[in-house]
Design a protein around this ligand. Structure first.
Ligand code: HEM
Ligand code: FES
Length: 355
């Protein structure tokens, strides 16, 4: 959490994550080299290395893209998400090594500038279909380098969460470019169906998981726009629907709102964490604070402000409790502005008195 930018702490969880990541990449590269030597004994070591680093980068990109929807479908995948940026930077490095090896092997020997040579059509730089496939890889690499360079929390704090998030959504453009890079490149030259099948399975998996997560979340996004006539408050959910010290996420006027039940009270805040837009409504109340499930940023439920000395703030929403239902006003209060929590016991006894 940022009072101001401070260096990242290396904790045990991060060390385990990086150890598994480095071990996984090393094992992939060794396995790829061994299988290549068996299946394609005439391929030179340079080309085998080019392919090994390319395949490792492309595979890791698939894993990275699947983590988000997997976490939406099942919370048990959350530990994979915490340091996903480490996997992103590793993937970028693998892609960079692949590109550097390609440039040294294919493009550095002639009179043409090696980077310009990537864009020139030649028997190596064009696929069988005549489409120059390497520029797709080049532009994907530019995006990946930009993302890796801005992946640190320093940039998140300076660019602001929405700008940073938009920048990092470019990963999907990079993925599309790489699918074209592989489809027009290796798939058309390679007769072994393993490549086509692996690329197809990867694409279907990434698209399928994103679709499944979107379908799962569709009821939340459909919204609760049946406004309670004159007051403007919207019937959001039943109190009983919210687990103790946790939240229910609803969509009001296109914005996701997390409604928390804790200590006999109900409060509502924006569902979007100020750190990296994590889903606050999937977190819980710890030490009296809403605690983001992604990296543990905390917010006071009544004010949406992080406890001092931290300075993050999320918008709050006015709430009421009536006849066992939670009513929320869809207009957010400015970030950090206190919204009086609705007291469950008081509201219920009022309901009993009027009955
Ligand atoms: C300047 C950027 C790039 C250039 C010039 C380039 C060039 C090439 C070339 C020439 C090949 C064919 C290699 C061969 O089989 O002989 C290739 C294959 C491939 N590239 Fe790239 N590439 C670039 C960036 C990337 C990046 C960033 C990735 C992934 C993150 C990537 C993923 C792949 C994959 C998966 C293959 C197929 C590898 C295989 O045969 O198993 N490329 N690339
Ligand atoms: S997104 Fe990182 S703590 Fe919320």
């Amino acid at each position: 959490m940022g009072l101001e930018y401070s260096a990242v702490q290396w904790n045990r969880q991060k060390r385990i994550y990086d150890f598994v990541l480095a071990g996984g990449v090393g094992a992939f590269l060794i396995l790829f080299a061994v299988i290549s030597k068996v299946l394609f004994p005439f391929v030179t070591d340079e080309i085998m290395l080019i392919r090994a680093f390319a395949a490792a980068a492309f595979f890791l990109l698939h894993v990275i893209l699947c983590i988000g929807p997997l976490c939406r479908l099942d919370r048990r995948f959350l530990p994979l998400l915490y340091n996903r940026r480490h996997a992103g930077v590793t993937m970028c490095l693998l892609g960079l090594i692949h590109a550097a090896l390609v440039i040294i092997t294919y493009h550095a020997g002639g009179d043409t500038n090696p980077i310009l040579s990537i864009f020139r059509g030649s028997p190596i730089t064009a696929s069988i279909a005549g489409v120059p496939f390497q520029p797709f890889g080049f532009f994907a690499l530019v995006i990946l380098l930009l993302m890796a360079a801005t992946s640190h929390d320093f940039w998140l704090a300076n660019l602001s969460a929405p700008v940073w998030k938009s920048l990092h959504m470019l990963v999907y453009v990079a993925f599309g470019l790489l699918v074209l890079h592989v489809t027009f490149g290796v798939l058309q030259a390679e007769v072994n169906p393993v490549y086509a099948v692996a690329t197809g399975v990867g694409l279907v998996l990434v698209l399928g998981l994103h679709l499944a997560a979107a379908i799962k979340e569709a009821p939340t996004d459909r919204g609760h726009d049946a406004a309670a006539a004159d007051t403007g408050f919207v019937d959001a959910c039943a109190i009983a629907d919210i687990p103790q010290s946790r939240a229910r996420i609803v969509c009001l006027s296109g914005e996701r709102v997390a409604i928390f039940k804790y200590d006999g009270k109900v409060s509502a805040v924006s569902n979007v964490c100020q750190h990296q837009n994590g889903p606050l409504g999937e977190g819980k109340i710890l030490d009296g604070c809403i605690t983001c499930p992604w990296h543990g940023y905390q917010y006071v439920p009544e004010t949406g402000a992080s406890p001092p000395p931290f300075v993050e703030k999320v918008p709050t929403f006015n709430v009421r409790v009536m006849n066992g239902r939670v009513l929320v006003h869809p207009k957010p209060n400015p970030p950090g502005v206190r919204a009086e929590p609705a007291l469950i016991a008081t509201a219920e006894s009022q309901a009993l008195q009027t009955a």
